[in-house]
Ligand binder design. Structure first.
Ligand code: RFL
Ligand code: PHB
Length: 397
């Protein structure tokens, strides 16, 4: 038996994109349902991003999601760039006229969003299977799924948002001939750890080392997050905790500085990839976040792009469904792709400048070092990094 129902917007995926979209729509009186194939506990625990641009922070505050972030998030006014054995500071506030970033984990944003949506009576179905999108080119696209109890559902919608991440199904629901893909795979990966130890730094350290890139970031004053460049085909079983700490100490070390170590509570290897699918819409099916584009994490842009996409999409859907004005919806893909390509270029640039490419020769290595010296010695070059890192295009809600 199939259960039939109706809503305004069907949202696939309860990551930050899908959850925030349903919250923004609710604030403007538009109904939605979110369907998610994982459990609530899984969504709330998945370790991912940690760094928000100033515009993302301001948006979350504006829509009532700022309380815990303001109390517990860590505001950073710059980063350290390290290469050739020396550490240099970039002061974002000075370079950009006062802009900053905030360390606030994606897990915490997701927890706040799920709690808020459920408290407001929002519909989120966890642990669904066999999600399908039908008739995306009609005015009544259909979302089908099987709920955790095994009941098949068919939800008739006015629009569907594909917020189902890189491995989701929605991107594949666009006609094959329509979608253009531009992508790049990098010949290395990131090994990321979460450790119960106070960070050994006040701001993030991005280190280019001859043996590979390393990054020291954090989650709270008691919890550190660190990353190591590893070969693309490396396996986590080959990295004991002792080997990870020794390599981090080696790549992040400078005279007079110590890396504090502690119990590692989580470790995983993630591939590095740039990927942009366009257009981000077909009829009344709209893609947002990782479903449409992926950036390597070196620029810390993935979560910020997901937030930006759904902010544009929420306005477009409110205009379309409540005010019967289709203009913003028609321009959704073009509007988002301008920001997506800026972030894609910045993430590629940071990645290429800081990682050791196993296929690069001395010429490539010298170009990287020259670029790094330029960034720390030229105010114009440092400002380019700072204004992209803190978020270049304004976010309007
Ligand atoms: P998500 O978070 O992948 O959520 C998609 C959701 O859709 C569900 N799903 C389905 N549900 C129903 N039916 C189906 N058929 C489905 N298929 C999938 C999935 O279970 C999931 O719950 O995508 P979203 O919402 O677009 O959010 C994107 C961000 O998660 C991502 O861009 C960032 O985490 C990227 N990222 C970073 N971004 C930053 O802005 N700053 C950072 O510091 C940063 N660090 C990172 C990162 C990503 C990393 N990894 C692991 C990829 C560090 C790492 C290591
Ligand atoms: C993180 O805190 O996980 C993080 C921060 C900055 C990055 C990537 C990841 O560039």
């Amino acid at each position: 038996m199939t259960v039939s129902s109706r809503t305004q917007v069907g949202i696939v995926g309860a990551g930050p994109a899908g959850l925030l979209l349903s919250h923004l729509l609710a604030l403007r009186g538009v109904d939605s349902i979110v369907v998610e194939n994982r459990s609530r506990a899984y969504c709330e625990a998945r370790q991912r991003a940690g760094l928000l641009e100033a515009g993302s922070v301001e948006l979350l505050r504006q829509v009532g999601l700022g309380a815990r972030m303001d109390a517990e998030g860590l505001e950073h006014g710059g980063i350290y760039l390290q290469f050739a054995g020396e550490r240099h500071h970039l002061d974002f506030r000075d370079l950009t006229g006062g802009r900053w970033v905030t360390i606030w984990a994606q897990t915490e944003i997701v927890k706040d969003l799920i709690r808020t949506r459920l408290a407001d009576g929002g519909a989120i179905e966890f642990e669904v299977s066999d999600t399908e999108v039908a008739d995306p080119d009609s005015d009544s696209p259909v979302l089908r799924y099987t709920d955790a109890a095994g009941n098949r559902h068919e939800v008739t919608c006015d629009a569907i948002a594909g917020c189902d991440g890189f491995h989701g199904i929605c991107r594949h629901s666009l006609p094959a001939g329509l979608l253009r893909v531009a992508d790049r795979e990098y010949p290395y990966a990131w090994l990321g750890i979460l450790a119960t130890v106070p960070p050994s730094t006040d701001e993030l350290i991005y280190s280019r080392h001859a043996d590979g890139f390393a990054l020291h970031t954090m989650r709270t004053p008691q919890v550190s997050r660190l990353y190591l460049q590893v070969p693309a085909d490396d396996e986590i079983e080959r990295w004991s905790d002792d080997r990870i700490w020794a390599e981090l100490r080696h790549r992040l070390g400078v005279p007079g500085w110590e890396l504090a170590t502690g119990p590692i509570t989580e470790k995983a290897i993630s591939p590095m990839r740039s990927f942009v699918a366009a257009p981000m819409q077909y009829g009344r099916l709209f893609l947002a976040g990782d479903a449409a584009h992926i950036v390597p994490p070196t620029g810390a842009k993935g979560l910020n792009l997901a937030i930006a996409d759904v902010t544009v999409l929420a306005t477009a859907l409110v205009n379309l469904l409540r005010d019967h004005d289709p203009r913003a919806a028609k321009e959704y893909s073009d509007t988002c792709l301008r920001r997506v390509w800026r972030a894609t270029h910045f993430s590629w640039w940071m990645t290429s400048m800081l990682h050791i490419d196993p296929y690069a020769d001395e010429f490539g290595a010298e170009l990287q070092l020259s670029q790094l010296r330029y960034v720390i010695s030229s105010r114009a070059a440092a400002t380019t990094l700072a204004e992209n890192y803190t978020g270049y295009l304004p976010l309007r809600w």
